[in-house]
Design a protein around this ligand. Sequence first.
Ligand SMILES: [Zn+2]
Length: 445
Amino acid sequence: MTIPRRILFATLLVGVLARVVTIGAEPVTVIRAARLIDGTGRELAEPGIVVVEGQRITSVGRAAQLPPGARTIDLGDATLLPGLIDAHTHVTSEGPGTRGLDRMSATGADYSLVGAANARRMLMAGFTTLRDLGGFDYADLAVKRAIDRGLVVGPRLFVATTPISITGGHGDPANGLSPDLAIQYPTGVANGVEEVRAKVREILRNGADHIKFAATGGGLSRGTKPTAQHFTDEEMTVLVAEAHRLGVKVAAHAHGNEGIKAAVKAGVDSIEHGIYLDEEACRLMIQHGTYYVPTLWIADSYFDKYKEWGIPSYAHDKISQFIPTALKSAEMAIKMGVRVALGTDAGVGEHHLAGKEFAAYVKYGMTPMAAIVAGTSNAAKLLGQENRLGSLEAGKLADVIAVPGNPLTDITRMEHVAFVMKDGVVHVGAPQAPATSSRPTASRR
Ligand SMILES: [Zn+2]
């Protein structure tokens, strides 16, 4: 089919003009509240003012440039904060049909829809960015893409897709199954340096943003010993070097002390859980600049919640033994000053309760300000996104939330997020500007 030249030119011209008008008319919003914590660790400011143009923050604080005619959102007796970042989630793993034997009938599409629902709950709780640490069937990648494409509402996702594990390790889906049953779907099982290297390449080719591997056994995996180191020192060194060479970061699920130390020496960017940390491991982490993601709320509330969470008995036998150690380790690491990035392990616990992680950090020794830094700028650094995310500063993406009152005097205020803006779009707490199109629009990441 040929298009008449005049119509083609007219169409192009309209397209160009529409673009100019859109760029020239980036909406400006001034967000005000009684207080502001910028996420860098700087002290609280009064009053709180953030100016947003389009999807970016253009100025912050009392000296902010207030353009005339801007839309103003006044949140009153509240504290403005950067969008929260959870550095350890499993968005596709908490919901009906995802646990135990249901795995045998769930499809990747089922997990994706569960993930879309959980992602939305996280955004409503104030988390505008997640570092997801693994699920099945690349469903996390589907959720991330659907959010980026504007099909569903949720935080900005960075995903691990398939965690890497040894045969019989914490990420081997065949654990506990008859050897006669073949696993058909893609798994992260790899053994020996060549397979480990190839697995890192395969997972990155398939769309992962970072690598997650199991350095030790764990609580929820059938038949593994949490204290046992899984990959050899050599395998870990190759895995981390390959991921870093290809430009991505590495998270190590690590419970046992030997596995933690081997992973830190191999150069991982974060230790997840760190159940059996000792002083030497903490010193090693400080020396290497390794982040600790303690997933503390689920440990602290485990005995109240494990039935509700549907923890199987084989896992409960292991987890109930190591919980007291996990809590002591976290307290020691916080006291010694290991860098913490906030992570909840939502997927085991409930996504909408992720804000409880802040109070857990304070309970085990952090100041409220340090807990807020862990869930904002520290987590952004762990993601390598500190230039765009994690603080209220001019030039950053406009991820802004507000909690009622002052979280420095009552950290549980972080559990009652009253306003959420992501990429300059308000999702909670203020009327949205009239929609100009009913079509989904891709968010610009
Ligand atoms: Zn986890």
